[in-house]
Ligand binder design. Structure first.
Ligand code: ADP
Length: 475
């Protein structure tokens, strides 16, 4: 099958978040399963394609996956992908409507007629719309199936109504049954209405986004399309995340010698200026400091965590200034704890090496996210035999099983209420199991062998591609 893969971020060429990781890894996994994939993405500043003409650049990744970089230097040759730290670029609608149109033109120019166009997030949201209402007049485009993947429903591509003319669509499309959303243009909504199949990155998130609590105003549209909405869990790239081969951690270890994980704990304690003691429960957090990630809950539990549970914690993250400030205050408050040695270390920066060392050195990894479409941190920490403590939501609910609920399959600790009390109780429970060394290491041995492979995800997507083509034939 021929797949056109469209994304505004593709690792290793461009990245602001998990979208890039998925769009870098999934095409290769699809290729391994015998699919022909070509990727279409903007040519941002700094990308050096292997070949280039005035319209697009071209590189090859994987065995033979062609990546076409859509070129418009005025639009894409900028310092950032979507905006500066001061805010979004004001012409993002122009930029990404141009991108959508050009992708569809380029597939014809290069003679690539895909069976499926697989589009990702609002930046590609116009592709299914243009395909159905503009390009479909040309026989070349007829019968191409469209699959659209939502990586985070909170980002929708919303623009002022007076820009609608830029899109080149009939004015009647600016209606409640079209791209109109509370008086504005919503590109994601267009994709949700016009794609043949919709997916998101975990089965639980697929259900959650049909509710008003998680639907970000689009729950009605998503509920209407629930028969074609599926959750496909992301995989993890084990070439990068493998404690047996990870060059960034202090000491490599694997299923055969998990005890070497202890060296990572001691080195992490030392580097972070914490008291060196294997018996102290050491918690880690790595992530964006955003409301989504439950940073307020994390900040609230730090005093009892240190004073009552006598635990240690290492936090690594950057994001909202508000959280930087709260965490800095906590750090200065607990900097000089004379009785228990220093118990807390906070790094308000982006640091790949330290992230790896936290995954390897901590006993447990914290993810109190309010919502989490899929989440990578829990999958990474499982591979590093670092038992995750998570809020039961989205992809976290699909990957972490509480040990108290299922002693055979349990791989971490899960709390249900979004409250600092429930979060702290859950940590306390985890600490109880931690103090029972035999049980803890039994669970570690189990989780280090778990695998969230891209192969499984790719196979699920291929099933959906086939389903899409089948339903188009029967239409
Ligand atoms: P999201 O995509 O919502 O940010 P995910 O859990 O899907 O969250 O992925 C986050 C990824 O980014 C993980 O690999 C995590 O280790 C990494 N990460 C987040 N913040 C930092 C940081 N400050 N330093 C290093 N790595 C980070």
């Amino acid at each position: 099958m021929k797949i056109g893969f469209c994304s505004s971020e593709v690792f290793p060429f461009s990245k602001t978040g998990g979208l890039a990781d998925v769009c870098g890894a999934l095409p290769a996994a699809l290729e391994e399963e015998g699919q022909e994939v070509k990727i279409f993405t903007p040519l941002y500043k700094g990308i050096k394609p292997q070949e280039m003409n005035s319209r697009f650049g071209r590189s090859v990744i994987g065995k033979n996956i062609e990546v076409f970089f859509i070129r418009n230097d005025e639009y894409f040759s900028r310092d950032y992908l979507y905006g500066t730290p001061q805010g979004d670029y004001p012409d993002n609608l122009e930029r990404f409507s141009f991108f959508a149109r050009r992708v569809l033109e380029v597939i014809k120019e290069i003679g690539f007629r895909p069976h499926i166009m697989h589009c990702h997030d609002w930046q590609t949201g116009l592709i299914p719309v243009y395909l159905r209402y503009i390009f479909n007049k040309d026989a070349f485009y007829q019968g191409i199936g469209t699959i659209f993947t939502i990586h985070n429903l909170a980002y929708q591509g919303i623009f002022p109504a007076d820009k609608f003319g830029i899109l080149g669509l009939p004015q009647e499309f600016f209606s409640i049954d079209g791209l109109e959303f509370y008086g504005k243009i919503n590109l994601l909504k267009g994709a949700l209405l016009e794609s043949d199949i919709l997916t998101t990155v975990s089965p639980t998130y697929a259900r959650e986004i049909q509710t008003s609590e998680f639907g970000c105003g689009l729950e009605g549209v998503l509920s209407k399309r629930k028969d074609v909405l599926f959750g496909v869990l992301n995989g993890l790239d084990y070439n990068i995340w493998d404690p047996q081969a990870d060059p960034l951690i202090y000491s490599n270890y694997g299923p055969q010698n998990i005890e070497k994980k202890g060296k990572n704990k001691v080195s992490l304690q030392k580097d972070c200026g914490l008291k060196i003691d294997k018996d102290i429960f050491l918690l880690g957090f790595v992530g964006r400091l955003a409301e989504q990630k439950g940073i307020d809950l994390l900040a609230e539990i730090i005093p009892p965590l240190l004073e009552k549970l006598k635990a240690q914690i290492v936090i690594l993250g950057t994001g909202d200034q508000k959280y930087h400030q709260i965490l800095e205050e906590l750090l200065s408050r607990y900097k000089s704890d004379k009785i228990f040695g220093k118990q807390i270390a906070i790094y308000l920066t982006f640091d790949e090496t330290l992230a790896h060392r936290i995954y390897a050195g901590a006993d447990s990894f914290l993810m109190p996210s309010r919502f989490e479409p899929c989440g990578l941190g829990q999958m990474i920490s499982l591979k590093y035999a670092t038992l995750p403590i998570v809020h039961r939501t989205g992809g976290l609910a699909d990957t972490v099983v509480d040990v108290s609920q299922d002693i055979e399959k349990g791989n971490g600790f899960v709390f249900t209420d979004v409250s600092s009390r429930a979060f702290l109780e859950c940590i306390e429970r985890a600490q109880g199991v931690f103090s029972d060394k035999a049980t803890w290491s039994l669970i570690q041995k189990r989780v280090i062998n778990l695998s969230f492979s891209w192969r499984d995800s790719a196979r699920n997507y291929i099933r959906l591609y086939n389903r899409c083509l089948g339903s188009l034939k029967n239409a």
